[in-house]
Design a protein around this ligand. Structure first.
Ligand code: ATP
Ligand code: MG
Length: 180
């Protein structure tokens, strides 16, 4: 499994539709301060279901919609699609390519899609659980995260190992079953 493409429109500083193609190997995003490098990684975390506006460096979810600039009106919808190569069936779906889309409107309405089919946030979270790529997984290591991991409590650190070992899915199911 690897990231193939990221399509972004109306998200943060990206008013116009942009497409980022990734190839196997190392990809680096370079650019001057404030040019939108971190906004790209925010877009990846957002489409994977990030719910915390603060962790996306805003105060409310609406802050991720293009807010307007000199001579350019604000937009009312933001949309991000992440396309993954799934030739190796790492994600439990029988498709060689899997795309996830998230859309949010200024009104607060939001939509999630898997391969263009509307779904729930839970479906996206479940799809990526134990894949290493979920919204809280270890594939995206933000600034300060390494220090946070090193100084965290053993129970917190254990969660990272559990995700890596692929047991989080079963643990979550067990907890849900016990609640019922
Ligand atoms: P640095 O090198 O300093 O880390 P960067 O390339 O990571 O910079 P980002 O933090 O990705 O830059 O982008 C910041 C820019 O995005 C700022 O100019 C900010 O005004 C703009 N921005 C953030 N949210 C929005 C929004 N909702 N609408 C318009 N622009 C936005
Ligand atoms: Mg940055």
């Amino acid at each position: 499994m690897f990231l193939k493409r990221l399509d972004v429109a109306g998200f943060k500083s990206f008013a116009d539709k942009i497409q980022v193609d990734f190839v196997p190997g190392v990809t680096a995003v370079v650019g001057p301060n404030g040019s939108g490098k971190s906004n790209i990684s925010d877009a990846v975390r957002w489409v994977l279901g990030e719910q915390s506006a603060k962790s996306l460096r805003g105060s409310k979810m609406e802050d991720i919609i293009f807010a307007g600039s000199d001579g350019r009106k604000q937009l009312n919808v933001a949309e991000v699609t992440l396309t993954l190569d799934n030739e190796d069936q790492h994600l439990p779906l029988e498709y060689s390519e899997v795309s996830v889309t998230r859309r949010v409107y200024r009104s607060g309405d939001s939509e999630y899609l898997i391969n263009k089919q509307p779904c729930r946030l839970k479906d996206i979270v479940d799809l990526f659980m134990d894949s290493g790529l979920g919204r809280e997984a270890y594939s995206i290591i933000g600034q300060g995260r390494i220090e946070e991991i090193l100084s965290s409590k053993p129970e917190e650190r254990r969660k990272i190992f559990e995700e890596a070992a692929g047991v989080l899915k079963y643990k979550t199911r067990k907890q849900k079953a016990e609640q019922k």
